[in-house]
Design a protein around this ligand. Structure first.
Ligand code: HEC
Length: 308
């Protein structure tokens, strides 16, 4: 199933077929369905996933929160859209790893939405089955990854000033919010969250997140982000040998590592440049007060997120 071209796909997939395609467990699909991230239909024989829905997710408009699954999906999306990419089409037809690697290099060297995942995919193949495809040299020539020339950038989530008063959850819950205003305010979240298909992916995509949640629960997530960390979003802090601090999500282990930080910045970090590394206790998210939000702003955001 994995790798079938679009025209060969049936109109619906079974749980087993989708699990095989996405290399995920049925539990992941359950969780996605429960969170409203994937639509499915009940047929007599059990649940089915409409193929157009599967492709929509793979094409990255609404990638699921669990990063590992999202990455695998996007890679499969790339490999499964032969018509849009003649190189990949050739890779599919000939089964040639070299052709697939050429195509991935093109995508990783572009500025498209799949750039990060294509880079991730290539770097993961540096030290295993693809080591003999001269990938290391190709990554260097294309400027995607040259360990000797790489320039790293410091990225940290500012700490809240000690005297900054927190917004009151009780007060926010008493206010009436406007979803339209909340939508406007939500542009401040895009440096870290995807909403409606745009925005960075440092935190989970927020579409559908607030549906069915109480105003208090949503308010707490925005006012005190560190109180509870969304699953799969533990923060890592690297210190480099030249004294830079990079905070973000560690999306690839080994040599090199990959770190995704706020503002859509993903950096490739040669293992030799890492002086120390720790799991951060708090969240990479800035609090409502730090983002300059008032209680009314948060109430508006709540109205927007619940209506999404
Ligand atoms: C500087 C980056 C950053 C900004 C800005 C930011 N967030 Fe977040 N947010 C995160 C990260 C990272 C997480 C996951 C870690 C956590 O749960 O704290 C998160 C988690 C969340 C969660 C909890 C999701 C869950 O599944 O539990 C909600 C809700 C949320 N953010 C809403 C917002 C809203 C609304 C805004 C804009 C007002 C916003 N965030 C701005 C980084 C950010």
């Amino acid at each position: 199933m994995a790798g079938a071209v679009i025209s060969e796909l049936p109109t619906v997939l079974t749980t087993a077929e989708l699990c095989e395609r996405w290399r995920c467990t049925p539990r992941t699909l359950e969780r996605m369905a429960r969170d409203g991230r994937i639509r499915r239909v009940k047929l007599r024989g059990g649940v089915r996933y409409p193929t157009d829905e599967v492709l929509r997710i793979e094409q990255g408009e609404d990638r699921p929160a669990v990063q590992r699954v999202a990455e695998a999906q996007a890679v499969y999306a790339v490999l499964d859209v032969p018509r849009e990419n003649p190189l990949l089409h050739r890779a599919r037809e000939t089964g040639s790893q070299q052709a697939a690697s050429d195509a991935m290099l093109k995508i990783a060297g572009s500025n498209g939405p799949l750039r990060e995942v294509a880079t991730w995919w290539l770097l993961n193949r540096l030290s295993n089955s693809w080591a003999d495809h001269n990938l290391r040299a190709a990554l260097k020539v294309t400027g995607i990854y040259d360990p000797d020339a790489i320039k790293l950038e410091e990225v940290v989530t500012p700490k809240p000033p000690a005297n900054m008063p927190e917004l009151s959850i009780a007060e926010i819950a008493r206010l009436t919010g406007s979803a339209a205003r909340g939508k406007e305010i939500s542009t401040r979240c895009l440096m870290c969250h995807a909403i409606g298909g745009t925005g960075a992916e440092l935190g989970p995509a927020l579409d559908g997140w607030g549906r069915g949640k109480s105003p208090e629960v949503i308010a707490r997530a925005i006012v005190t982000p560190g109180a509870e960390i969304a699953q799969g979003y533990d923060a890592t802090e690297l210190k480099t040998t030249d004294g830079l601090t990079i905070q973000g999500l560690l999306i690839k282990e080994g040599d090199p590592l990959m770190m995704r930080s706020q503002g859509g910045i993903t950096q490739i970090v040669p293992a030799g440049r890492v002086a120390s590394r720790r799991r951060m206790p708090g969240s990479l998210m800035m609090s409502a007060a730090q983002l300059g939000l008032t209680a009314q702003d948060v109430a508006d955001l709540i109205a927007f997120l619940r209506a999404e």
